[in-house]
Write a protein that binds this ligand. Structure first.
Ligand code: TTP
Ligand code: MG
Length: 487
């Protein structure tokens, strides 16, 4: 407790609730430090002034305007001088993003991994034109480790030798995610990935504890699963009323862990209770009304029928349209949560024409009574996007989520990449692009982006990427077909 600032300064229920945070002072300006020291407790977090030897702690390190090599050095030194298996190192930009968005953002892309020192470490950093040793940059040496550099079919995912262990741990990770306990969910997820990547069946505690991201307590759990076939903690955590209600509420389309928690705190316990809540958003009302249909993943064959209907309707507008079913469908999954359809044509460049195709298609689908509920209709840059619900025109058909996006041809490949996913694959590719001094979005791959305080100070130069293969090529990655992107 001696590490903690007075409890009275902490506000319960904020988005940093339950997080113990240490602000590492190196490279952190006094002004930013002052702001963060006020904001963390105001939003429920606990500031810890020195690094504890054990226990969960988020160590935030300034990653703003700091040389990547220096940042790596700081993380490495810290982890050696203050070894704590439960410490998570994040860039300070995670904190800025949380404060900006008013929510606890995912740790994923902000995590600062501890890498082994390498002989040419002075060459760490972004690969830019100014790089003096471009042939051996940090990114070059580490590119193969990025998820987007690997085929998902290469991964030992479904049949790895420790599946019993990861299945059990995944139940806990899921329960923590549903209850907005991001920290625990993140810790379990990292351990699960590490176990999945281990090629042999784990047989003893030391072997388990030697795995990256597996601490002593996690190793004990692994041994319990090996010896007992299951983990007592799973039933303790998952079988209580709160967790079961949160798991149910998380399945309502339009609700996430935060909303689920708020509903629980209001006293709601069942879907009927929610129906009487007059504070539901329009999306949540649709999610609730169509709960049983939208909660179920569709069989691929049903997706094919929905796709065929949208495609045929679009081709009535213009037979040259390219209509691609993306998302999990394009990645070849046997079941899909929704259907994501991308539309363009080889000359589509005029904003009026983009809108006309978009509106014309929606009007036709509405006239067929195929679209039953609109969730959002938006413009994102030059792209037009529809999120809604459809139902096949046959008896017994169920309501299904449908997303349609119409894009100009110059954004075709990056939009196709984004909309095909998976989300994890996309995150990894965006991160690699950033490390290479570029920026990747559904709109374009851009180079020479200058960032000041993580904000883009210039918009950079768009790299022409007419095909998906050209996006991979520009990032110096081997091409991966959609069914290899199921990470
Ligand atoms: P989704 O339809 O949400 O995902 P999916 O099609 O992969 O899976 P599901 O079967 O559950 O529908 O989104 C479509 C794509 O959009 C997704 O594959 C990748 C991209 N995407 C992101 O990159 N980040 C995100 O947070 C989301 C929600 C989607
Ligand atoms: Mg989808």
């Amino acid at each position: 407790m001696s590490n903690e600032l007075p409890a009275k300064r902490r506000k319960a229920g904020g988005f940093f609730d339950d997080l113990s945070i240490h602000l590492y002072p190196a490279a952190l300006s006094k002004i930013r430090q002052g702001i963060f020291e006020r904001q963390i407790p105001q939003n429920g977090g606990q500031l810890v002034s020195s690094l504890p030897k054990s226990g969960q702690i988020l160590v935030l390190i300034e990653d703003n305007a700091i040389e990547p090599a220096r940042l790596q050095q700081i993380v490495r030194d810290l982890s050696q001088k203050h070894p704590n298996p439960e410490a998570t190192y994040l860039g300070m930009s995670w904190l800025s993003k949380c404060l900006e968005t008013g929510q606890q953002c995912l740790f994923d892309e902000f995590e600062l991994k501890v890498s082994e020192p390498k002989p040419s470490e002075s060459n760490l950093g972004k690969m830019t034109k100014k790089d003096e040793h471009p042939k051996e940059s940090y990114v070059d040496r580490n590119r193969h480790k990025f998820v987007c550099a690997q085929s998902s079919s290469d991964e030992a995912t479904s049949t790895h030798p420790n599946k019993l262990i990861t299945d059990e741990l995944e139940k806990l990770a899921g329960a923590y995610k549903n209850s907005n306990d991001q920290w625990r969910a993140f810790g379990y997820q990292k351990a699960i990935t590490s176990i999945k990547n281990y090629p042999k069946a784990i047989t003893n505690r030391d072997e388990a504890a030697a795995l990256p991201n597996v601490g002593k307590k996690m190793a004990d759990k692994i041994i319990e699963i090996i010896e007992q076939g299951s983990l007592q903690k799973v039933s303790e955590v998952c079988n209580n009323e709160r967790m079961q209600v949160l798991a149910l509420f998380n399945r309502v389309w339009g609700a996430g862990p935060k909303t689920a928690e708020q509903w629980f705190l209001k006293g709601h316990r069942t879907l009927e209770d929610l129906q009487n809540d007059d504070k539901l958003t329009a999306h949540q009302k649709v999610g609730l009304r169509l709960f049983h249909d939208l909660d179920e993943r569709m069989q691929r064959e049903e997706c094919t029928e929905i796709y065929a209907h949208v495609q045929a309707t679009a081709l009535e507008i213009n037979p040259n349209l390219e209509v691609v079913a993306c998302g999990s469908y394009r990645r070849g999954k046997p079941t899909c949560g929704d259907l994501d359809i991308l539309i363009t044509h080889p000359k589509l460049d005029d904003d009026l024409e983009i809108s006309s195709i978009f509106n014309g298609l929606l009007n036709r689908l509405r006239a067929h009574n195929f679209l039953t509920d609109d969730l959002s209709i938006m413009s994102e840059g030059r792209q037009r996007k529809y999120l809604g619900v459809c139902k096949l025109l046959k008896s017994g058909a169920k309501h299904r989520r449908l997303d349609i996006i119409v894009v100009p041809v110059e954004e075709r490949a990056t939009a196709l990449m984004y909309f095909t996913g998976s989300a994890h694959f996309n995150r990894s590719m965006r991160l690699l692009a950033i490390k290479m001094g570029m920026s990747l979005s559904e709109h374009a791959l851009v180079t020479d982006v200058v960032r000041v305080n993580k904000e883009k100070a210039n918009t950079g130069t768009v790299i022409p990427t007419p095909t998906e293969a050209s996006v991979f090529e520009a990032l110096q990655l081997p091409y991966r077909a959609p069914n290899e992107r199921n990470h």
